[in-house]
Write a protein that binds this ligand. Structure first.
Ligand code: ZN
Length: 606
């Protein structure tokens, strides 16, 4: 039933411009991401497992009849599944850390809590619990099943969790029967899960059900809610919407499922609809970091150009989902600009999300911290997740296991292949086996821009080696086609000059500001690095002077407090003092204790 020979990763489309590489085809051998992947494979997976046990979220499965003592929120089951998925990829990837015991235990938990008819959720349907499917808006029952299906795909493709695929199929069959004619979940996620389960099993019913869920949405059929139908992507059909809106993670998971469906069914209109919405979202609703979501109230996209840095939500999960979507569109279309999106989100959202020890995390990613945040307590979960300091766990802890499953499968996002050769989209020290070639990539990226690809083995006929050139280095691709011989090298030198970046004037919240980027890295000013007495809200930087790697020139304007902070002239502050403003990579901020921080720096009036 399962094609394990190629060891596919999370996404294995049956067609597309480019083919994904499998889990065994790309090995991270060190560097920026190899180090993070290793920490994830040991510390983060173990940390998540400890918290799932400590808070009783695994316990819900062990004793599902103790309904009135159930712990955690409606979606806590999904964290068990996402950690299962992460552990599968980690166990099976080359050089990974084995988690066989965890996987055997979690598989048994899911199987043990499953009802005879296939229904699986620890929070509904038993005596003392709400009825099954009594709250489609917020019940998250099918959402949790979606994560179970994705975990089972990882289990089937790696062989790391025998038995989980059977549990997932029973749950999927139940969902297909229950929702044969109407209804869908308020939180999309089962859609990409069903399509991938179809890819693993060949069962057409799963593909048809994913299509039904996607087409039913957008007709205002969910119960009315104060956040509006848009929050649930139920305001406008996905086929006709022009931009992503509503809850950001919901919108992006739905878009992922729509791309998967479009690719499997050859539905060009549906694929074009997602591309159109993603293009507009990137152009008008995305932070410089690649993060999305600018409203805390409903975790949603704001209007076009509503991108306040100090209220950036930019949830880690939305970053993960953006990478998943960009990767799917890269595979479908072959358009390498999607590699730029992955590069930006990886280095500025995902890299920022996890502490160096892999045991505390950002949920939201502010771009402007105005007051130092308190260090969260180590002993209990955070109820709020606005940013400021990384926390060990959250009441809503979706982001932790999400980033874990991404890091464990990261190799599959770095390169692709086709009948002509190999395409390298992300630069990291790696060994790549694809299109009959064996390659070794050496680079210090993102700290330096030189990339050396050494051919270790190649077939006797021609191959094409394609290297993405990031937009900031000119864009496009570097292509070499010939008969490659072992030992020869292909080099790419991406100029990493620090550069000023200015916002579209319609991004009102940062008008008159500039940011510094170096390669794919967004820089920020953090208070801990500034000279004594220099405050980040009193800075102006001079964009007439080229930025250096870790500092820019500017002045401290020392404004004076007035009873009323508005005046009828444009008088600027007296006697500004010239200063040097040290910068640090945004992903490094808040690793040295509480501090203030800003990405967008006000510029001196010209
Ligand atoms: Zn999240």
């Amino acid at each position: 039933v399962v094609a394990v020979t190629a060891n596919p990763g999370p996404v294995a489309p049956s067609r597309g411009a480019l083919r994904p590489v499998g889990l065994h085809q790309v090995q991270l051998t060190g560097g920026f991401w190899g180090q993070r992947q290793a920490v994830n494979g040991t510390a983060t997976i173990e940390h998540c497992r400890e918290w799932l046990d400590r808070l009783g979220w695994t316990g819900n499965f062990r004793d599902p009849n103790a309904a009135l003592r159930r712990r955690g929120r409606e979606f806590s089951d999904s964290e068990v599944y996402k950690l299962t998925e992460a552990a599968c990829w980690e166990t099976a990837r080359p050089g990974g850390h084995p988690h066989g015991e965890l996987l055997a235990e979690f598989t048994a938990l899911a199987a043990g809590a499953q009802a005879a008819d296939g229904y699986l959720h620890t929070g509904y349907g038993r005596p003392g619990q709400p009825a099954r499917y009594s709250d489609l808006n917020f019940g998250h029952e099918l959402y949790c099943v979606g994560h179970l299906l994705q975990a089972s795909v990882a289990a089937a493709r790696t062989g790391a969790a025998p038995g989980l695929l059977d549990v997932a199929r029973r749950a999927a069959d139940h969902a297909c029967t229950q929702f044969a004619h109407s209804g869908f979940c308020g939180h999309p996620e089962i859609e990409p899960g069903l399509v991938e389960l179809y890819r693993v099993t060949g069962e057409e019913r799963y593909l048809a059900q994913a299509a039904a869920f996607i087409e039913r949405r957008g007709h205002r059929s969910l119960p009315e809610h104060e956040f509006g139908w848009r929050y649930f992507q139920d305001e406008t059909p996905l086929r006709t919407a022009d931009v992503f809106g509503g809850h950001a993670v919901r919108a992006l998971y739905l878009a992922n499922g729509a791309v998967d469906l479009a690719v499997e069914t050859g539905d060009e209109d549906l694929l074009a609809a997602v591309i159109r919405q993603f293009d507009r979202t990137l152009a008008r609703r995305t932070y410089i970091t690649g993060g999305v979501g600018s409203r805390h109230l409903d975790e949603s996209f704001g209007d076009d150009f509503a991108l306040p840095p100090d209220r950036a939500y930019s949830e880690t999960c939305a970053g993960v989902a953006t990478i998943m979507l960009a990767h799917r569109l890269l595979l479908a279309t072959g358009d390498t600009r999607y590699g730029d999106v992955v590069d930006r989100v990886l280095h500025n959202v995902i890299a920022a999300a996890v502490a160096d020890d892999g045991r505390s995390f950002f949920y939201a990613h502010t771009l402007h911290q105005r007051t130092p945040a308190e260090v969260p307590p180590a002993e209990h979960e955070q109820l709020r997740f606005g940013g400021g300091q990384r926390a060990p766990w959250f009441e809503v802890s979706c982001c932790l296991t999400n980033v874990s499953r991404l890091l464990a499968s990261l190799g599959t996002y770095l390169a692709t292949e086709d009948d002509n050769g190999v395409q390298i989209h992300q630069y990291a020290p790696t060994r790549i086996e694809a299109a009959g070639m064996s390659l070794e990539v050496a680079t210090a990226y993102p700290d330096a821009g030189d990339v050396t690809v050494t051919v270790l083995a190649a077939p006797a006929d021609e191959r094409t080696l394609t290297l993405r050139v990031p937009q900031w280095a000119g864009g496009g691709t570097h292509v070499e086609r010939r008969v490659f011989t072992p030992g020869e090298q292909v080099r790419l030198d991406l100029a990493m000059r620090p550069r000023w970046t200015f916002p579209d004037p319609r991004v009102d919240a940062v008008r008159g500001c500039a940011a510094v980027e170096v390669g794919p890295i967004v820089m920020c000013a953090e208070s801990i690095d500034q000279e004594d007495g220099v405050r980040l809200d009193e800075l102006q930087v001079d964009t007439a002077v080229a930025p250096e790697a870790n500092a820019v020139k500017g002045r401290s304007i020392r404004p004076v407090d007035e009873p009323w902070p508005y005046r009828n002239d444009r008088t600027t502050a007296e006697g500004p003092e010239p200063i040097v403003v040290p910068l640090v990579a945004y992903h490094r901020w808040a690793r040295r204790g509480p501090s203030t921080m800003r990405v967008w720096l006000p510029t001196t009036p010209s």
